[in-house]
Design a protein around this ligand. Structure first.
Ligand code: PML
Ligand code: MG
Ligand code: MG
Ligand code: MG
Length: 255
Protein backbone atom coordinates (compact mmCIF):
# COMPACT_ATOMS: atom_id res chain seq x y z
CA UNK A 1 0.00 0.00 0.00
CA UNK A 2 1.32 3.44 -0.97
CA UNK A 3 0.45 6.74 0.65
CA UNK A 4 0.62 10.28 -0.63
CA UNK A 5 1.98 12.65 2.02
CA UNK A 6 1.86 16.41 1.56
CA UNK A 7 3.04 19.18 3.82
CA UNK A 8 2.46 22.91 3.62
CA UNK A 9 3.62 25.39 6.19
CA UNK A 10 3.12 29.10 6.73
CA UNK A 11 3.87 31.87 9.24
CA UNK A 12 1.20 34.25 10.54
CA UNK A 13 -1.57 31.67 10.23
CA UNK A 14 -2.79 29.37 7.49
CA UNK A 15 -2.16 30.25 3.84
CA UNK A 16 -5.87 30.77 3.25
CA UNK A 17 -5.96 33.20 6.20
CA UNK A 18 -3.16 35.32 4.81
CA UNK A 19 -0.17 33.48 6.30
CA UNK A 20 3.22 33.82 4.60
CA UNK A 21 4.24 30.63 2.75
CA UNK A 22 7.27 28.94 4.34
CA UNK A 23 7.57 25.51 2.78
CA UNK A 24 5.75 22.74 0.99
CA UNK A 25 6.68 19.18 0.02
CA UNK A 26 5.17 16.05 -1.44
CA UNK A 27 6.17 12.40 -1.37
CA UNK A 28 4.74 8.96 -2.05
CA UNK A 29 5.84 6.33 0.42
CA UNK A 30 5.03 2.91 1.82
CA UNK A 31 3.25 2.53 5.16
CA UNK A 32 6.44 1.76 7.08
CA UNK A 33 8.07 5.03 5.90
CA UNK A 34 5.17 7.30 6.86
CA UNK A 35 6.05 8.06 10.47
CA UNK A 36 9.67 8.95 9.79
CA UNK A 37 8.82 11.09 6.78
CA UNK A 38 6.10 12.93 8.72
CA UNK A 39 8.72 13.86 11.31
CA UNK A 40 11.14 15.03 8.60
CA UNK A 41 8.54 17.25 6.97
CA UNK A 42 7.52 18.80 10.29
CA UNK A 43 11.20 19.40 11.03
CA UNK A 44 11.56 21.16 7.71
CA UNK A 45 8.64 23.47 8.46
CA UNK A 46 10.07 24.37 11.87
CA UNK A 47 13.68 24.94 10.75
CA UNK A 48 13.38 26.64 7.39
CA UNK A 49 15.56 29.41 6.00
CA UNK A 50 12.35 31.45 5.52
CA UNK A 51 11.53 31.19 9.24
CA UNK A 52 9.71 28.95 11.73
CA UNK A 53 6.18 27.96 10.68
CA UNK A 54 3.26 28.51 13.03
CA UNK A 55 0.86 26.70 10.70
CA UNK A 56 1.71 23.20 9.45
CA UNK A 57 -0.73 21.05 7.53
CA UNK A 58 0.11 17.40 6.86
CA UNK A 59 -2.24 15.50 4.56
CA UNK A 60 -1.88 11.75 4.17
CA UNK A 61 -4.01 9.49 2.04
CA UNK A 62 -3.74 6.08 0.47
CA UNK A 63 -3.14 5.93 -3.27
CA UNK A 64 -5.21 4.04 -5.77
CA UNK A 65 -2.47 1.85 -7.24
CA UNK A 66 -4.36 1.00 -10.40
CA UNK A 67 -3.97 4.56 -11.69
CA UNK A 68 -0.21 5.07 -11.30
CA UNK A 69 1.66 6.59 -14.27
CA UNK A 70 5.37 5.85 -14.68
CA UNK A 71 7.29 8.67 -16.36
CA UNK A 72 11.03 8.67 -17.19
CA UNK A 73 13.03 11.41 -15.48
CA UNK A 74 13.97 14.42 -17.60
CA UNK A 75 17.64 14.53 -18.55
CA UNK A 76 19.66 17.12 -16.71
CA UNK A 77 21.82 19.91 -18.09
CA UNK A 78 23.55 22.66 -16.12
CA UNK A 79 24.69 26.18 -16.93
CA UNK A 80 26.49 28.38 -14.41
CA UNK A 81 26.08 32.00 -15.43
CA UNK A 82 28.39 34.80 -14.30
CA UNK A 83 25.57 37.05 -13.07
CA UNK A 84 21.80 37.12 -12.49
CA UNK A 85 21.38 39.14 -15.71
CA UNK A 86 23.39 36.58 -17.69
CA UNK A 87 21.32 33.73 -16.22
CA UNK A 88 18.06 35.43 -17.28
CA UNK A 89 19.46 35.96 -20.77
CA UNK A 90 20.23 32.23 -21.00
CA UNK A 91 16.77 31.32 -19.67
CA UNK A 92 15.22 33.58 -22.28
CA UNK A 93 17.23 31.99 -25.07
CA UNK A 94 16.33 28.47 -23.95
CA UNK A 95 12.63 29.24 -23.60
CA UNK A 96 12.28 31.16 -26.84
CA UNK A 97 13.91 28.36 -28.81
CA UNK A 98 11.47 25.89 -27.22
CA UNK A 99 8.04 27.32 -27.87
CA UNK A 100 7.66 30.21 -25.41
CA UNK A 101 7.60 33.71 -26.87
CA UNK A 102 9.64 36.54 -25.40
CA UNK A 103 6.38 38.40 -24.73
CA UNK A 104 5.03 35.42 -22.79
CA UNK A 105 8.18 35.16 -20.71
CA UNK A 106 8.21 38.86 -19.83
CA UNK A 107 4.49 38.83 -19.02
CA UNK A 108 4.83 35.67 -16.90
CA UNK A 109 7.72 37.17 -14.93
CA UNK A 110 5.79 40.41 -14.50
CA UNK A 111 2.79 38.48 -13.09
CA UNK A 112 5.06 36.53 -10.74
CA UNK A 113 6.83 39.65 -9.47
CA UNK A 114 3.65 41.60 -8.89
CA UNK A 115 1.94 38.95 -6.70
CA UNK A 116 1.21 40.50 -3.31
CA UNK A 117 2.36 37.42 -1.40
CA UNK A 118 4.67 34.48 -2.08
CA UNK A 119 2.71 31.81 -3.95
CA UNK A 120 2.76 28.20 -2.83
CA UNK A 121 1.75 26.95 -6.27
CA UNK A 122 2.51 27.86 -9.87
CA UNK A 123 1.20 30.42 -12.32
CA UNK A 124 -0.22 28.90 -15.51
CA UNK A 125 0.55 31.16 -18.47
CA UNK A 126 -0.26 31.08 -22.16
CA UNK A 127 3.03 30.31 -23.98
CA UNK A 128 2.28 32.82 -26.74
CA UNK A 129 0.89 35.79 -24.84
CA UNK A 130 1.87 35.15 -21.21
CA UNK A 131 -1.71 35.73 -20.11
CA UNK A 132 -2.67 33.88 -16.96
CA UNK A 133 -4.83 30.81 -17.67
CA UNK A 134 -5.77 29.67 -14.14
CA UNK A 135 -8.00 31.43 -11.66
CA UNK A 136 -6.35 30.09 -8.53
CA UNK A 137 -5.32 33.50 -7.26
CA UNK A 138 -2.38 33.76 -4.92
CA UNK A 139 -2.45 30.02 -4.21
CA UNK A 140 -1.57 29.03 -7.76
CA UNK A 141 -1.57 25.44 -8.94
CA UNK A 142 0.12 23.13 -6.47
CA UNK A 143 1.44 19.94 -8.08
CA UNK A 144 0.84 16.84 -6.00
CA UNK A 145 1.10 13.05 -5.91
CA UNK A 146 4.54 12.48 -7.39
CA UNK A 147 7.81 10.87 -6.29
CA UNK A 148 10.73 8.87 -7.59
CA UNK A 149 9.67 5.25 -8.26
CA UNK A 150 12.78 4.23 -6.33
CA UNK A 151 14.29 7.12 -4.39
CA UNK A 152 17.57 5.43 -3.48
CA UNK A 153 18.29 4.32 -7.02
CA UNK A 154 17.28 7.65 -8.52
CA UNK A 155 19.47 9.61 -6.09
CA UNK A 156 22.39 7.31 -6.84
CA UNK A 157 21.85 7.72 -10.59
CA UNK A 158 21.89 11.51 -10.37
CA UNK A 159 24.70 11.63 -7.83
CA UNK A 160 26.90 9.85 -10.36
CA UNK A 161 26.21 12.79 -12.70
CA UNK A 162 27.06 15.31 -9.96
CA UNK A 163 23.47 16.29 -9.08
CA UNK A 164 22.65 16.09 -5.40
CA UNK A 165 20.51 17.81 -2.77
CA UNK A 166 16.88 17.89 -1.76
CA UNK A 167 16.11 21.02 -3.80
CA UNK A 168 17.33 19.35 -6.97
CA UNK A 169 15.68 15.99 -6.27
CA UNK A 170 12.24 17.37 -5.43
CA UNK A 171 12.29 19.89 -8.26
CA UNK A 172 13.33 17.26 -10.83
CA UNK A 173 10.41 15.03 -9.80
CA UNK A 174 7.97 17.94 -9.98
CA UNK A 175 9.32 19.20 -13.31
CA UNK A 176 9.15 15.71 -14.81
CA UNK A 177 5.48 15.37 -13.86
CA UNK A 178 4.67 18.89 -15.06
CA UNK A 179 6.31 18.48 -18.47
CA UNK A 180 4.66 15.07 -18.94
CA UNK A 181 1.33 16.89 -19.22
CA UNK A 182 0.69 17.32 -22.97
CA UNK A 183 -0.59 20.86 -22.35
CA UNK A 184 2.69 22.06 -20.81
CA UNK A 185 5.43 23.31 -23.12
CA UNK A 186 7.92 24.63 -20.62
CA UNK A 187 8.50 25.64 -17.01
CA UNK A 188 10.55 28.39 -15.41
CA UNK A 189 11.39 28.06 -11.70
CA UNK A 190 13.17 30.38 -9.31
CA UNK A 191 13.49 28.98 -5.78
CA UNK A 192 11.73 30.98 -3.07
CA UNK A 193 14.35 29.96 -0.50
CA UNK A 194 16.60 32.92 0.36
CA UNK A 195 19.71 30.73 0.55
CA UNK A 196 19.15 28.94 -2.77
CA UNK A 197 19.87 30.87 -5.95
CA UNK A 198 19.79 28.04 -8.52
CA UNK A 199 16.62 27.53 -10.54
CA UNK A 200 15.78 25.77 -13.77
CA UNK A 201 13.96 25.86 -17.05
CA UNK A 202 12.44 22.70 -18.48
CA UNK A 203 11.54 21.98 -22.11
CA UNK A 204 11.35 18.94 -24.40
CA UNK A 205 12.91 16.17 -22.28
CA UNK A 206 15.35 18.45 -20.51
CA UNK A 207 15.66 19.85 -17.00
CA UNK A 208 18.16 22.68 -17.35
CA UNK A 209 19.66 23.86 -14.05
CA UNK A 210 20.56 27.50 -14.18
CA UNK A 211 21.94 30.05 -11.77
CA UNK A 212 22.22 32.45 -10.20
CA UNK A 213 18.63 33.56 -10.82
CA UNK A 214 18.71 35.91 -7.83
CA UNK A 215 20.98 37.32 -5.14
CA UNK A 216 21.51 35.54 -1.83
CA UNK A 217 18.94 36.54 0.79
CA UNK A 218 16.18 37.24 -1.72
CA UNK A 219 12.96 35.35 -0.88
CA UNK A 220 11.25 36.11 -4.15
CA UNK A 221 10.72 33.13 -6.41
CA UNK A 222 8.06 30.95 -7.92
CA UNK A 223 7.08 28.78 -10.83
CA UNK A 224 5.52 29.52 -14.20
CA UNK A 225 4.10 26.72 -16.36
CA UNK A 226 3.88 27.85 -19.99
CA UNK A 227 1.04 26.04 -21.71
CA UNK A 228 -0.62 25.62 -25.09
CA UNK A 229 -2.97 28.52 -25.78
CA UNK A 230 -6.18 26.54 -26.22
CA UNK A 231 -5.82 23.86 -23.58
CA UNK A 232 -8.31 22.86 -20.89
CA UNK A 233 -7.23 24.19 -17.50
CA UNK A 234 -9.51 21.71 -15.72
CA UNK A 235 -7.84 18.69 -17.35
CA UNK A 236 -4.39 20.07 -16.60
CA UNK A 237 -5.24 20.88 -12.99
CA UNK A 238 -6.77 17.45 -12.45
CA UNK A 239 -3.68 15.69 -13.86
CA UNK A 240 -1.17 17.78 -11.91
CA UNK A 241 -3.05 17.57 -8.62
CA UNK A 242 -4.57 14.11 -8.65
CA UNK A 243 -2.83 11.63 -10.96
CA UNK A 244 -0.09 9.67 -9.23
CA UNK A 245 3.19 9.88 -11.14
CA UNK A 246 6.27 7.86 -10.26
CA UNK A 247 9.46 9.04 -11.91
CA UNK A 248 11.81 6.34 -13.17
CA UNK A 249 15.53 6.50 -13.94
CA UNK A 250 17.47 4.32 -16.42
CA UNK A 251 18.80 2.17 -13.53
CA UNK A 252 15.24 1.51 -12.37
CA UNK A 253 12.48 1.08 -14.90
CA UNK A 254 9.27 -0.86 -14.20
CA UNK A 255 8.88 -4.08 -16.20
C1 PML B 1 12.31 25.21 -4.79
O1 PML B 1 12.90 25.81 -3.91
O2 PML B 1 11.22 24.66 -4.57
C2 PML B 1 12.90 25.12 -6.18
C3 PML B 1 14.20 24.41 -6.24
C4 PML B 1 14.89 24.52 -7.58
C5 PML B 1 16.03 23.54 -7.71
C6 PML B 1 16.95 23.82 -8.84
C7 PML B 1 18.11 22.83 -8.89
O3 PML B 1 19.01 22.89 -8.04
O4 PML B 1 18.12 21.96 -9.78
MG1 MG C 1 9.67 24.05 -2.97
MG1 MG D 1 4.35 18.46 -22.07
MG1 MG E 1 10.98 26.78 -1.11
Amino acid sequence: MYYSIRMRAAQGGAHEKGGHHISGAERIVTKDQLEQLSAELVHRALHHSKGCADFIRLTIDAIDETGIHYVPALSVKTTHATSVEAAYAIAQKLLTTHGVTETALQQGLHLLRTQKEAMRGALICNALTGDRMDNLGNRGLRVSRMAFANENKACQYFQEQGHTGIHFQEALVLATKVLSAPQVISEFCISDDPDYTTGYVSYGHTYHRLGPLKEFGDERGGRIFFVQPNMSIDDLQNYLENTTVLVTTPNNTPN
